[in-house]
Ligand binder design. Structure first.
Ligand code: HEC
Length: 159
């Protein structure tokens, strides 16, 4: 019995070691700073601070990768969240959005904040400081409404 346990443990250890060599890569792709959301529109300092504190790790190219993001299989989950998050919304590459999509995203930012859907619950467990206060939600929504107004104004102006 003892030998079997040792074999089982060694097998698990072996699989974990091999797993470290597989899976997606952590990336922080360089982006033209002119594409960043704060370069594309007016963003109050308070909102920049909220995004940096609560959204940045999954919605910018400036992810702060925690130590467990280096250890498979947890790393696979973390990297998946970041890649998935960036694919929906990337504050570092805001300038790539079509105005219509930018407007929709701005609306959704306020929505997910109000509903408490973001930051993801799994993230809050390890980053309790990222939880949005009601003041944070208000700041995000006030900014979102103003920025949408500006986008619409710019579009009407072009017509
Ligand atoms: C731990 C990673 C993580 C953090 C932190 C995080 N998000 Fe997300 N976010 C995701 C993922 C993954 C998705 C896409 C999947 C989904 O909708 O659940 C997403 C989707 C979204 C969407 C929907 C976009 C769309 O196309 O529908 C919005 C808006 C959003 N996040 C805003 C925020 C805001 C604002 C913050 C900060 C207050 C934030 N997120 C923090 C991971 C994160």
């Amino acid at each position: 019995m003892k030998k079997r346990w040792r074999f089982a443990l060694l097998t698990v250890a072996g699989v974990l070691i091999v797993a470290q060599f597989f899976g997606p890569a952590r990336t922080n792709p360089a982006a033209d700073p002119r594409l960043a959301f704060q370069a594309q529109m007016e963003v109050p300092a308070a909102v920049q601070e909220i995004v940096s504190r609560s959204c940045r790790d999954c919605h910018t190219n400036e992810t702060r990768w925690p130590w467990y993001s280096y250890v498979a299989p947890v790393s696979w989950l973390v990297i998946h969240d970041v890649n998935h998050g960036r694919s929906h919304l990337n504050f570092s590459e805001w300038g790539r959005l079509r105005p219509d999509d930018a407007e929709d995203l701005l609306e959704e930012i306020c929505e997910v904040a109000e509903k408490g859907e973001m930051p993801l619950r799994s993230y809050l467990l390890l980053h309790p400081d990222a939880r949005l206060s009601s003041t944070d939600v208000q700041a995000l929504c006030t900014w979102s409404a103003a920025a949408r107004g500006q986008l619409r104004g710019a579009r009407d102006h072009e017509k």
